[in-house]
Design a protein around this ligand. Structure first.
Ligand code: ZN
Length: 89
């Protein structure tokens, strides 16, 4: 997969508060990573893995940033790494 394909989402996602961060591959599965900002719970990270409405993983940044990702799933570590980079901006 060439790099360009990670610059835009490939799955349907209809939240107008979401900002697309990047796509990434994990164990041969594709994820679209979003950052969602709302009044409550604030900033969340969302990893979507299909077009179906409920097919995404999400976690509030306030929790994500304090987790020791070792020992959690690969997906969690992967999202945490990328979220930390994004929140440094
Ligand atoms: Zn959203």
């Amino acid at each position: 997969m060439d790099k360009q394909q990670f610059n835009k989402p490939i799955f349907k996602h209809d939240c107008d508060k979401c900002e697309f961060i990047e796509g990434f591959m994990l164990e041969e599965k594709r994820f679209d990573l979003y950052r969602c900002e709302s009044d409550s719970p604030g900033i969340s990270y969302i990893a979507r893995y299909s077009h179906r409405g409920g097919d995404y993983w999400s976690m509030p940044w306030n929790i994500l940033k304090y987790l020791n990702a070792e020992g959690y799933t690969l997906l969690l570590s992967e999202v945490q790494k990328r979220a930390k980079l994004r929140e440094k901006k």
